[in-house]
Design a protein around this ligand. Structure first.
Ligand code: NDP
Length: 262
């Protein structure tokens, strides 16, 4: 199926690994142009080495901390300079903080809200007028099932994720007048760098597959395994496609059946 993404310019935040990198791969295969950022420019460039097969003019890479509005303004200006347009924005940069309420400091709470809320708001503000100029402007916020179903050991992350889900509805309503659609994908547990790092730090005799299957079982994931970054990227890309032109303010659950909300 032609997703009608050829030559469209899509910004992806947090693209040096996991879901962001898989989304870049999918988009480049569809013939789209990709502007990708992360804080660590060297790691980002090394990750994009795999795209030697793509037209170099289809890729713009830069370091950008999404919590810094001046940095997001510069990144979007650089994207416009390279591509002349922004048709899509994937707000994906993030991490999670494993800690109970008792263990979480006020500063950690503030940092979680800063990243989850301003990491999206800054990019949306920077890219709004360029998205409005596109015939098919689309924003996808990568969020988590935690936004609807908090977990004890992810207290601050869950609260910040809930704030982002709520904010995404406001952004969708506000940008509808521009013709820009704004949607969320809600992740369960996805096999990416975050989990590989946790595995390396875990004192376990198990191999990664057995370790992750045990976590999937403990968390009540019906499909009994972590998702893959590619399985998430598919939904992000489909929401970017003009074929999703009548969908805004929606959330797609990509959690292997872990969501127990109605
Ligand atoms: P990874 O840890 O694999 O990648 C995170 C990316 O975000 C990296 O490119 C990192 O690069 C970048 N990043 C982090 N902070 C910033 C920042 N302030 N500014 C710019 N870039 C930043 O993440 P995943 O692929 O696992 O996750 C993608 C998204 O999905 C994240 O928002 C995550 O929280 C969310 N999520 C993931 C789940 C999972 O199980 N994997 C579950 C639920 C939600 P650098 O450090 O160089 O900046």
């Amino acid at each position: 199926m032609d997703l009608q993404l050829k030559d469209r310019a899509v910004v992806i935040t947090g693209a040096s690994s996991g879901v962001g990198l898989a989304t870049a791969r999918y988009l480049l295969r569809e013939g789209a142009r990709v502007a990708a950022c992360a804080r660590d420019a060297d790691r980002l460039a090394a990750a994009f080495d795999e795209f030697a097969w793509a037209d170099k003019r289809s890729i713009y890479l830069a370091s950008c901390d999404v919590t810094d509005q001046q940095a997001t303004d510069r990144f979007i200006a650089g994207t416009l300079n390279s591509f002349g347009a922004v048709d899509g924005l994937v707000c994906n940069a993030g991490r999670s903080l494993m800690a109970t309420l008792q263990e979480t400091t006020d500063q950690q709470f503030m940092d979680e809200f800063n990243l989850k809320i301003f990491g999206v708001l800054n990019m949306v503000r920077s890219a709004r007028s360029a998205l409005a100029a596109s015939a098919h402007g689309s924003v996808v916020n990568v969020n988590a099932i935690l936004s609807r179903q908090p977990e004890l050991r992810l207290a601050a992350t869950s609260a910040a994720r809930a704030g982002l889900l709520n904010l995404t509805h406001s952004i969708a309503e506000e940008l509808a007048v521009d013709g820009t659609r704004v949607n969320s994908v809600l992740l369960g547990l996805v096999d990416t760098g975050q989990w590989r790092r946790r595995f390396e730090n875990a004192a376990t005799e198990l191999d990664y597959e057995a370790w992750s299957a045990e976590i999937a079982r403990d968390r009540g994931i019906k499909l009994g395994r972590f998702g893959t970054a590619e399985e998430v990227a598919f939904h992000i890309v489909s929401l970017l496609s003009p074929l999703s032109g009548y969908t805004t303010g929606a959330s797609i659950d990509v959690g292997g059946g872990v969501g127990r909300y109605v």
